[in-house]
Design a protein around this ligand. Sequence first.
Ligand code: HEM
Length: 515
Amino acid sequence: MGFRPQRRMPDEDESGVRLPSIGVEVLPLWVTCVDVGKFLPMKLVFIAALILLTFRLVLGFKNRGRLPPGPRGLPILGNALQLASVSQIWLIFDKWKSQYGPIMYLNLAGQHIVVLNTKAAAIELLERRSAIYSDRPKSIVGEYVGTALTMPFVRYDKRWQRMRRAAHAVLNVRASAQYQPVQIEEAVIFAHKLLYDTSSPLSTKIARSASTMISTHYRLLQTLCIHSPTLWLQWKRNAKRTFQQTTNLYENYYNTTVNHNNQQPNLCVSLAENEVAGELTAVEKVWVTGAISAASLDTTTVTISYFLYAMSIYPNVQARAQRELDEVVGRSRMPTFDDMTQLPYIKAIVKEVLRWQPVTPLAVPHAAMEDDWYEGYLIPKGTIIFPNVWSMNRDQETYGPDADQFSPERFVQKSETGDAFVLRPEFENNDGHYTYGFGRRICVGRYVAENSLFITACTILWALHIEPKANATPNLEEKHREAQDILNSTPDFDCHFSPRFPEVERILQDTGLAA
Ligand code: HEM
């Protein structure tokens, strides 16, 4: 069933993008004051703010007994100061989990936050009750510069439904198979670079490999990386210009790729040709491709970094994976997607990297669209919901006492003959982690990501021997203390790569040329 075109709202431009507006009802108090202050005498604003604040405090006290348990905060500021100086919020949440249980309440200067610490809570709310938990938090900055069109942050409305259907049409299990030849090519180029490119640092080589689907993808990503910080810093002054620049960037990329396609399957061409994508407006279409490219960049880069890092510090895992590759693939050709079912240990490594170091340890926040109750606790409408993926992925009841350790063995068991590994039956059709998120907002690119991670892991392990550079083993805890984001940071490490056997270079080159 198609969606009927939406009526344009008074504060939308012709592309349907919301223009800057003053939405008093949803803004945090301080922002309301700042914006409204331009239009009203300061005294009036102050009185209005005081009334609103009193109202919120009274309501807050009334509701407090019914809200989930959580750390005590300060009046007005709530828990804001407890979180302001923390670099890895998920570690604090993990600590609080043992104190407050499966569902935890925080207050950030009036904004309700609920953290879901267990898979049972996340599945009940974000999956079974997804009809009311699939929204995203309203972002004031974002609406100025285009999150109204950036798919992972789009509010749960008709536009998101159009975008999601289009993205699903070009990224579902079957559609994602069309990108496999390009993913093989990318993996071969990556392995070659790791071996022979001595000029660029490891992090640059990894970022290059994160262009999961199409070679031209990378050019867009590079441009985005260069422009993003300035675009975001100047957000308010140049809001409209920023939005326009980003649209131009995406449009340029989209048109160039569609018009100069070299016959390789790629996302833009798939979208241009897909019937479902016909429901999108022109501007939505280019933003879907841009947002998908951006969504795949950090996620894949961080995950591949942790894969290399794990291989360098767990030589036994590396050796076991290489034994599996030698037995199944041999040394006269490179692994392909056809080998996938025969390589359970490599699949287990990919699952374990995603479980052990989820790139977004709190996923992407959802938002409650109605007042709701869970286990006797009130979740007010507008609450921002963080699924605590980090804690769920390290739950000892599910993963055992070694849940904090990197151990792909947890996903495999000995085959009946006892001479090989097979995936444990419960993980055949199950990720074995919660890193791709939940419910209707679950990562739409996960099949492409899985293919990309699998073929990259196979290719690297088949071709290279990986060793940490002397004295280069980083202390992850130290690194984490430096992170200032809700994204897991890339580990700061370096490795030494060498070919596993003499024919590696020739076979890499032959495969690269043939792909
Ligand atoms: C290691 C790889 C990846 C991880 C761990 C990851 C993780 C996530 C997570 C946690 C979400 C939010 C889920 C939620 O709200 O519950 C998400 C959303 C999304 N991801 Fe991924 N992602 C990965 C790769 C990719 C790739 C390769 C693409 C594109 C080809 C992609 C496209 C998207 C999009 C478009 C969304 C927004 C979905 C929506 O809001 O409906 N992701 N991803």
